[in-house]
Design a protein around this ligand. Structure first.
Ligand code: PGA
Ligand code: ZN
Length: 431
């Protein structure tokens, strides 16, 4: 008897860090091995992401319920996967996509499909008595694993903080750390100093969705200045030890095909003016990475942005690529970016996500495994980033157990494996 045969698949509705419903799936194998996984959810979700199925019953969890998706797991998906081999992740994922039958997994819900895909991987790893990152390395043919360089949310605006600032996220990159241990020490310090400075300056110390602060500045320069001040007060040298990453989440600012509105600054800007802003920020501040500086279909200007800034800083596509192989291929052909954000639930399956990482690597793009603004205590992405040698990870701030569960898992993996820290020698190669 093959002990890795799937005997039971169940899902339930649990709750994420915003108190909204999400899916948790459990898979049980013939030998008793269990796998459990929970699905995160975004706020600034791209229009090209795999489809997140919600009940849309207004007086039930404000419409965010996932009982329909849970039902799909417990009926159709459970019966489809019954007696299938959990060690064959690729086949399982293909079966799930076929069963759904739509491009964006609209019928069953990408949240239903992904929860099961992740739970199968965990069950398989448990069956093999193998840590999840090792199993992911096997499934993805990754010869060498590494600890990812984190980019850490410190200040938030946009949809993560009641639109208190136009730009969504300002992040700290501990660029000169030599290990996850050291990175985490710096991260903890920078985040604590952010609180201290906010208090001194009488700015809000309330937490945004990813555990960063939301000072509500009118201009981006004020936020960037505060980032530099935080680094200095933490004893880190800006440009050397500490770099800034920005996630503009520009799709949320877009008012026309090539037009954006900065509501806090009360300024309408064209795509070219947006690019000009990025150039100014990068010239004046230690900015090393800019994500979603433009909208999801503003391809011509992505190309211009990348021509102008791509050699100097990392140009990241999140909503632009939506962890979708077709969109990434287009971005590669058009030279739209130098890095891709990797979100499991934008893609819908584990192996689908692994393929996007592989495609990026083959074409010289850096990969950043990312959490969502609505997270759970599931630490899957820590193992994903290590097991695929992704090079970089974006978890959110250093607050809230839905974030810390991932940082803590990275510390455990580093202790267990002694895997090299991607840091300056990361596949990103540019820090
Ligand atoms: P989201 O934010 O999870 O709300 O999409 C994260 C990001 O934009 O990178
Ligand atoms: Zn983003």
């Amino acid at each position: 008897m093959n002990g890795a045969i799937i005997k039971k698949v169940r899902a339930r509705q649990i709750f994420d860090s915003r108190g909204r419903p999400t899916i948790e799936a459990t898979v049980k194998l013939a030998d008793g091995s269990l796998g459990r996984a929970a699905v995160p959810a975004g706020a600034s979700t791209g229009s090209f992401e795999a489809f997140e199925r919600r009940d849309n019953v207004e007086d039930l969890f404000e419409g965010f319920g996932v009982l329909g998706a849970v039902e799909n797991v417990n009926t159709e998906i459970a019966s489809e996967l019954s007696e299938k081999d959990a060690l064959n992740q690729r086949e399982i994922d293909a079966l799930l996509c076929e069963l759904d039958g739509t491009e964006r997994l609209e019928r069953l819900g990408a949240n239903a499909v992904l929860g099961v895909s992740m739970a199968v991987a965990r069950a398989a790893a448990n069956f093999l008595k193998m840590p999840l990152y090792r199993w992911i390395a096997e499934v993805s043919d990754t010869p060498e694993i590494s600890m990812p360089l984190p980019m850490v949310n410190i200040l938030s605006g946009g949809l993560h903080a009641g639109k208190g600032m136009d730009v969504q996220d300002f992040l700290f990159i501990p660029a000169r750390s030599r290990s996850m241990q050291e990175a985490v020490r710096q991260i903890a310090r920078v985040r604590a100093i952010a609180d201290k400075l906010a208090e001194e300056k009488k700015l809000s110390t309330l937490l945004a969705d990813e555990g960063g602060l939301s000072p509500g500045f009118e201009t981006t320069r004020e936020a960037l200045k505060l980032m530099v001040e935080i680094f200095e007060r933490a004893g880190l040298k800006p440009s050397k030890d500490a770099l800034i990453a920005i996630d503009v989440a520009a799709a949320t600012l877009q008012t026309g095909a090539h037009e954006y509105f900065l509501s806090r600054a009360n300024r309408k800007v064209s795509s070219l003016e947006m690019i000009g802003l990025m150039q100014n920020w990068a010239a004046e501040f230690p900015v090393a990475s800019i994500e979603d500086a433009l909208g999801e279909e503003d391809w011509t200007h992505w190309k211009i942005l990348n021509e102008k800034l791509g050699r100097q800083i990392q140009i990241v596509g999140d909503d632009l690529f939506a962890t979708n192989p077709n969109r990434l291929q287009k971005g590669i052909n058009e030279r739209a970016a130098t890095a891709v954000l990797i979100k499991l639930n934008q893609n819908g399956t584990l192996t689908g996500t692994l393929d996007v990482i592989k495609m990026a690597r083959k074409n010289g793009l850096a990969t950043i495994v990312s959490a969502r603004s609505g997270e759970t205590e599931d630490d899957f992405i820590a193992d994903l980033a290590v097991g695929t040698n992704a090079g970089q990870i974006k978890i959110g701030s250093f607050r809230g157990s839905e974030r810390l569960s991932k940082y803590n898992q990275l510390l455990r993996i580093e202790e267990e494996t002694g895997a090299p820290f991607a840091g300056t020698k990361s596949p990103a190669g540019r820090f």
